[in-house]
Write a protein that binds this ligand. Sequence first.
Ligand SMILES: C[S@@+](CC[C@H](N)C(=O)[O-])C[C@H]1O[C@@H](n2cnc3c(N)ncnc32)[C@H](O)[C@@H]1O
Length: 272
Amino acid sequence: MAYRYLMSSSNMGLRFMSYPQKNLLTVFSSLSPVTAFASIKTLKGAFSCSYCVRCQFNLDDFSSKKRHLERVYTTNSNGKFSNKQFISVDPQLYEYILSNVREPEILGQLREETASMRGSKMQGYSSLAVALVLPESGRLVACERDLEYLEVAKRYYELAGVSHKVDVRHGLAAYTLKSLIANGEASSYDFAFIDAEKRMNEEYFELLLQLVRVGGLIVIDNVLWYGKVADPMVDDKKTDSIRRLNKKILEDDRVGISMVPIGDGMTICQKR
Ligand SMILES: C[S@@+](CC[C@H](N)C(=O)[O-])C[C@H]1O[C@@H](n2cnc3c(N)ncnc32)[C@H](O)[C@@H]1O
């Protein structure tokens, strides 16, 4: 059985192909826990945590700190909320995680090299993780618009000996996905991962629904968007577009869904 992956953004996107050939379409990555914690280096102050940086609270301000701590360490003031807690990943916990996961050496190398790069939380990590576990007959389509990131990703595909499995597409992911459809590849992918321009997610989702076979998966990253989706004070365009897509998918009978509250939130959709 052959697997074919398609990735948008060298980072991580999977392209699926139908039987007997299977593809993964990667439309941007970040599946790995390591990616989710990659910005820790940039944290500041006693109340530092990835949550603070992401929700952009002013940590010098007392009420912001209080609000931050309430979010990070949770509360059970609300009966419905019970005793659920968020885990704040500090450097100590991050090191612990690293020493307790089976991270292939090449992925660790990539993570360390890219930690200091511009936008280091976008490491090209997930596409490599997928390519590494793809069978020889599998194919991954990786979509990426940024040449600098793409060059790093390509170098690592070579180093890892997986470049023959990866079909790299430089350009806007929506354009690539449309060209795949035009090329007669609808319903031929097994898995797709979306982690690129958030405001385009709805369009990616619709295009990927065409490309993925029945039973195939579409995974969407950042569906909780640092918690902003639930904050009525936040009404920027990105957050609104993520809220809209979450709602649309909730009501969409074409897919079975599971919203998984790990990292920044991920929704797994299975095409019916
Ligand atoms: C959040 S990062 C992905 C990180 C990746 N999952 C990883 O594990 O390293 C988003 C990536 O999508 C790329 N991107 C953003 N908008 C895009 C678009 N419209 N088309 C293609 N790639 C895009 C960015 O250049 C960036 O490399």
